[in-house]
Design a protein around this ligand. Structure first.
Ligand code: MG
Length: 158
């Protein structure tokens, strides 16, 4: 048995904030405006897993008006979402993430994102794909106002 899910998230960029993406700290002048650590890649990934489970979304699970989640490391949220999957007998088959960000270049960080996400989800790095693209300076991503992420996840019943 398999289940598929997709997730999408956007966060605004602002100067002087830390940039966390895919569980990794990215050196950057700008970071994400958020109630949590703003890891937009993990948020999209969580929503893809929750989508496959038909359990709603992370905004519903971890409301941004709840102080427990203020500044929270998004890896903790991903761990909690994985617990929900495992309780129901599901494991990650594979995950594929596309990050649209104009700057900085993410290529040097892709492997550590894959390793980090695989570790948190309890799966092999080969099962986790992270891809990055700019938007050729078009739209809000191109104007460096924000970052956009799509995630697709396949869950398999063990
Ligand atoms: Mg978010």
């Amino acid at each position: 048995m398999v289940r598929i899910g997709n997730g999408y998230d956007v966060h605004a960029l602002a100067p002087g904030l830390p940039m966390w993406l895919g569980g990794v700290r990215i050196p950057s002048q700008n970071g994400f405006v958020a109630h949590s650590d703003g890891d937009v890649a993990i948020h999209a990934l969580c929503d893809a897993i929750l989508g496959a489970l038909a359990l709603g979304d992370i905004g519903h699970l971890f409301p941004d008006n709840d102080d427990r989640w203020k500044g929270v490391d998004s890896k903790i949220l991903l761990g909690k979402v994985m617990e929900l999957a495992r309780e129901r007998g599901w494991e990650i088959g594979n995950a594929d993430i596309t990050i649209a960000l104009q700057r900085p270049k993410l290529a040097p960080h892709i492997h550590s994102m894959r390793e980090t996400l695989a570790r948190v989800m309890g799966t092999e790095v080969e099962a986790v794909s992270v891809k990055a693209t700019t938007t050729e300076r078009l739209g809000f991503v191109g104007r460096e106002e924000g970052c956009e992420v799509w995630a697709t996840v396949l869950l398999v019943k063990r």
